[in-house]
Design a protein around this ligand. Structure first.
Ligand code: ATP
Ligand code: MN
Length: 539
């Protein structure tokens, strides 16, 4: 594999104020794995895959994510609870703190880049305190060739110091000791007090979600993507756990990427990353063979529990529900190289509706597509968060509000325009509950969701004639009556409930949650988009 040998180049970190560090530059992933084991920071599974624990944090900490508010960003960013501001002075202080903390230590440095389309390539240098954090960066960012490495000029710098926590957080604009901060002027990302790897990944994603639309006229998207043999692209938007990684990993289509993409004005889409970051809770070879087999040496498992024989017990969520694996994209057999393709023909909005009221598949009009994109609906179920006993609706604009520095309508306008120009079809897929809400019904079987998506991609769900579909009386979306490979009884959610009254009560409840959430966007949305929402809110 490219660049799996250690580099002979030497670099210094003095220019960043990191003094007297023992620098391990661009180590091969095998070497990083060995060092991790030697330091007692990880274990190997019986197939030789590295498994580590991320410590106190097993997920991102969105409340401790800040963006530096300065002349460049103050009028551009949509400040609020998902984009918290911090002053340049506080940033400078914390940067110094981290530089001092990292000085005199053994460190791991990796040069890589993001954005697979050469036109948008952005070089990133990452300095990590832990060897396995550096191996994660090898897996997730794009890997430069020897030649690219020779002439490498870093544009962004990521400093990752999980062992540092700010002792007086309130005095420096923080909530608590750990933090994740982006400075767009200095082009530096700080991650401290948390070893959760997703902080680095989603930090750079957030940076691109600002830079690409503001400076390069590219629409950044929280979506996965794949492409057929004859070059027809599909993309899948959705919040965490709705199925982006699972459904884009399709042996019959070439994987472009599982989480972050850009849509250019040259009619193409490209992956930001060089790897995938899959959930592994309840992972089985039978249901998800490609992801299961990607867990091999080179991959990094996070927060999993072992059985006695050294096998991973994927059913065990005793550390967290959010058990994960990162692997370089080439661990999947059928991939698109390089990771870009032409305009999508189909867009899927994935939602895990725990109320069991949205149809498992429906087609959206352009106005409905805009409405649902701005709403970004999914549901949270009991178990994943403390105190959540029954399903709760969760709305996250653009299916990724925590990563979107600009106002949601900025991304929505770009998407609407691109969708119209490209003439795409937009589908709403409920990968959540059927036959009743969480606790009563059951989650839609993966094989049926896959069959629905395959039917769309094969052109078997045209919905050309009025008789082919039914307009949902509450949500107004077009629900197909038949779909190859799917029992027809599953296509109408109401029919799966066996209790019309209970179904409509729940549907109205969800429709009202949509209305309540959309109020904040009403003044920005056109009359047409507002009409893309639910059609009825009660009897
Ligand atoms: P993230 O943004 O956190 O990476 P994601 O959108 O990529 O999340 P996945 O990792 O694909 O989400 O997680 C979907 C989970 O739901 C998987 O564990 C998958 O096995 C499970 N699942 C169960 N039923 C379905 C279904 N019908 N469709 C998709 N996924 C399903
Ligand atoms: Mn994913």
């Amino acid at each position: 594999m490219v660049n799996s040998d250690q580099s002979t180049k030497t670099i210094s970190l003095e220019k960043y104020g990191i003094k007297n560090a023992k620098i391990n530059y661009q180590l091969a992933p095998e070497t990083l794995q060995e060092i991790t084991l030697q330091k007692g920071m990880g274990k190997e599974t019986n197939n030789g895959t590295l498994a580590i624990n991320t410590g106190k944090f097993t997920g991102r900490s969105p409340e401790d994510r800040f963006l530096v508010k300065d002349d460049y960003t103050k009028d551009k960013i949509w400040w609020g609870p998902s984009n918290k501001a911090i002053s340049p002075e506080n940033f400078d202080f914390l940067q110094k703190e981290i530089e001092n903390y990292l000085s005199n230590k053994e460190l791991f440095v990796r040069d890589g880049y993001v954005c697979a389309d050469p036109k948008y390539k952005m070089n990133v240098r990452t300095v990590t305190e832990y060897p396995w954090s550096n191996m994660f960066v090898y897996n997730m960012f794009l890997r430069p060739t020897e030649e690219e490495l020779e002439n490498f000029n870093e544009e962004w710098l990521v400093l990752c110091a999980p062992g540092y926590a700010c002792p007086q957080p309130e005095e420096h604009g923080l909530r608590q000791g750990n933090f994740s901060i982006l400075n767009f002027t200095k082009k530096i990302a700080l991650v401290a007090g948390s070893a959760y790897t997703g902080e680095m990944k989603k930090g750079i994603f957030t940076a691109l979600n600002f830079i690409l639309p503001v400076e390069k006229n590219v629409l950044p998207m929280h979506c996965s993507a794949n492409v057929s043999e004859d070059g027809e692209t599909a993309i899948f938007f959705g919040l965490s756990g709705t199925g982006k990684t699972t459904l884009s990993t399709d042996p019959n289509r070439k994987l472009i990427g599982d989480d972050e993409h850009g849509w250019t004005s040259e009619n193409s889409i490209f992956n930001f990353e060089g790897g995938c970051y899959a959930k592994v809770i309840d992972l089985s070879e039978e249901k998800e063979p490609d992801i299961f087999r990607a867990v091999k040496p080179g991959a990094i498992l996070e927060n999993v529990i072992f059985k006695k024989n050294g096998e991973v017990d994927y059913m065990d969520s005793s550390i967290t529900q959010n058990t994960r694996v990162s692997y370089p994209i080439y661990h999947i057999d059928n991939i698109k190289v390089p990771s870009y393709a032409s305009n999508p023909k189909n867009i899927f909005f994935l939602t895990a509706d725990a109320f069991g009221v949205l149809p498992p598949i429906s087609k959206l009009t352009p106005a409905q597509a805009a409405y649902h994109f701005i709403s970004g609906y999914t549901a949270k179920v009991a178990g994943t968060e403390a105190g959540v006993k029954e399903p709760q609706p969760s709305f996250s604009a653009c299916f990724g509000a925590p990563f979107m520095p600009l106002h949601p309508t900025k991304y929505a306008e770009m998407l609407s325009k691109k969708m119209t120009e490209a003439g795409v079809n937009v589908w709403l897929i409920n990968t959540g509950w059927s036959g009743g809400p969480y606790g009563v019904g059951s989650r839609m079987k993966l094989k049926y969701t896959r069959a629905m998506i395959t039917a769309v991609l094969n052109g078997d769900l045209g919905l050309y004639n009025y008789d082919d579909y039914h307009i949902h009386s509450v949500f107004g979306v077009a629900q197909p009556r038949e779909c190859p490979g799917v029992p027809s009884g599953l296509l109408s959610p109401r029919a799966t409930w066996n209790d019309d009254k209970a179904y409509y009560d729940m549907a109205f409840k969800l429709a009202n949650s949509f209305r309540e959430n959309f109020k904040q966007f009403e003044s920005y949305a056109s009359e047409e988009i507002r009409r893309g929402g639910p059609q009825r809110y009660g009897y």
